[in-house]
Write a protein that binds this ligand. Structure first.
Ligand code: ZN
Length: 505
């Protein structure tokens, strides 16, 4: 029996799991394996419904209630169970309701060795595979036509734009997955290296650095970032799953008047469709990586704790220096700018409550996103010019520092001061030279990224940002998210007038 030739066209099923009173959780695990194997064998995409209680009545079986609703809407081609009686228990009223729902929606029941078609007039009982499926074929096609688009999205079809590395959409060489993802073999080698490194306990940051140093860049030719790596190695899509219904409502600023409030739904409401495409890591690998990453985040590294949403992002619009953050009575503040120029004049750009500034910034990002979606060609020249001129300024500074260091050495040679004084002065300029050199290196990296990053990827990052910014729990996560789309924020405050100018990546 081969379902892969599409002749029988059973594609999307629900696995319904519940234990009887005499059975243990171990039995349930066994049942789960049996149904998962069945789906893999016949190449069904599947969603799991796991009933924890043992009650017979539908009212007391929340998963069954949910499943029946979906069946009514015609979402599934079939429901898989280990025994027919997993579905049919309950009083006569319940049984009647279940049978009617399956009949009306033309949904099949599949067990590891039998198919049941409650609609089959010829044979109301169990039917052997072969003859049954042939009769089924025509009915399935008509059902498929009725299901339409909306249900398609819930059945694990890829609808999220650019597929995550190492996947590509629909086809690669001789591989083809209608409405789905396939693995690009060359990229797979790189992806597997990420996984192997992560399993060794190497951090996403170090993995990114390792690839960048070796010149193995992203498909778009950019440097890998630690967030990109972390996203890829922890993503469940790479297990062959597609997850939808994670959020509800509209994150847009200009939403329709009757739109629902934007919120992240609890995990119990997500629709997780499995076996949608080829997996590129195993569940064991995935769980181990999640464990390693959680362990690392649990370590209360001091600097981790001190990372707030806007750490390292806010620059003074008056003088260009960075604003630092501090916490007072549990509230995070952007400190005032106290930068002194060479004449000793303080800059005095005022501070602000971090939450207040963050709200303004989120608002600006939201506007930017809408403009971005509406505009077809965005120019990078502004950012490019700004970074180029910053590099130039730093190079001038570096030359000055080097000259100063030379002077210090010369003065020592001439006997202008003693050894201790010389060492002190030498150390000072060496430090300054180091810091400017690092700055130039970073800027050049950014410049390269600016040249190469295209709008498609920007939009992808923006959408990812809005999908996750509300869910992100701690400051560090939010900070990482901001850094995926923002280069820096120029901020100025004069009394109640607050101005921000966001430089997007
Ligand atoms: Zn300033």
């Amino acid at each position: 029996m081969d379902f892969n030739d599409n002749k029988y066209d059973i594609r999307f099923v629900a696995n319904y799991l519940r234990k009887s009173r005499a059975e243990s959780m171990k039995d349930l695990e066994k049942h789960r394996m049996i149904l998962t194997d069945l789906c893999h064998k016949y190449n069904f995409r599947f969603v799991e419904y796991l009933e924890v209680g043992t009650s017979d009545s539908i009212e007391m079986r929340p998963q069954m209630s949910k499943l029946l609703k979906e069946i009514e809407e015609g979402v599934y081609d079939a429901v898989c169970v280990v025994d027919y009686d997993r579905l049919s228990r309950g009083d006569m009223g319940d049984q009647d309701r279940i049978i009617k729902t399956f009949k009306k929606s033309e949904t099949l029941i599949i067990t590891p060795d039998k198919f049941y078609d409650l609609n089959d007039d010829v044979d109301d009982e169990m039917v052997e595979f072969k003859g049954f499926l042939a009769r089924r074929e025509y009915k399935m096609i008509t059902k498929r036509l009725r299901q339409g688009k909306k249900i398609g999205a819930r059945q694990g079809q890829w609808t999220n734009g650019i597929p995550p590395f190492p996947y590509v959409y629909q086809s690669y060489k001789d591989k083809f997955n209608k409405k789905g993802l396939v693995v690009n073999d060359e990229r797979l080698l790189i992806y597997r290296e990420m996984i192997e490194m992560a399993l060794l306990g190497i951090s996403p940051q170090k993995i990114a650095e390792s690839f960048n140093k070796r010149g193995m860049l992203t498909p778009k030719g950019n440097y890998w970032s630690n967030t990109a790596i972390q996203r890829l190695i922890t993503n469940e899509i790479h297990l062959g799953k597609i997850i939808s219904n994670k959020t509800q409502g509209d994150g847009h600023k200009n939403k329709r008047p009757n739109a629902k409030e934007y919120r992240v739904l609890p995990k119990s409401e997500w629709v997780i469709v499995e076996n949608c495409h080829e997996a590129v890591k195993t569940l064991e690998e995935h769980e181990k990586i999640i464990y390693i990453i959680n362990q690392r985040q649990k370590v209360p590294v001091k600097c981790r704790k001190q990372t707030h949403s806007l750490t390292g992002l806010v620059k003074c619009a008056k003088c260009g220096h960075s604003h630092s953050l501090h916490t007072v009575d549990g509230c995070v503040y952007i400190k005032p700018c106290w930068y002194k120029d060479r004449l000793g004049n303080k800059c005095r750009n005022s501070g602000i409550l971090s939450d207040t500034l963050e709200k303004i910034i989120l608002n600006e990002i939201s506007k930017y996103k809408n403009e971005f979606i509406n505009s077809t060609c965005e120019t990078d020249t502004q950012l490019y010019d700004r970074i180029s001129s910053m590099i130039h300024d730093n190079e001038v500074l570096l030359a000055k520092y080097q000259k100063a260091l030379d002077t210090v050495n010369d003065s020592y040679d001439l006997g202008d001061y003693g050894r201790d004084e010389w060492l002190k002065r030498k150390e000072k300029w060496n430090k300054a030279i180091d810091s400017v050199t690092t700055e130039i290196y970073e800027l050049k990296k950014q410049l390269q990224a600016t040249q190469q990053k295209n709008n498609e990827e920007r939009l992808e990052n923006l959408l990812y940002f809005f999908d996750n910014i509300t869910a992100a729990a701690d400051g560090k996560e939010r900070n990482d998210l901001y850094k995926t789309i923002i280069e820096c924020i120029f901020y100025q405050r004069d009394g109640d007038s607050i101005n921000v100018n966001i430089i997007f990546r």
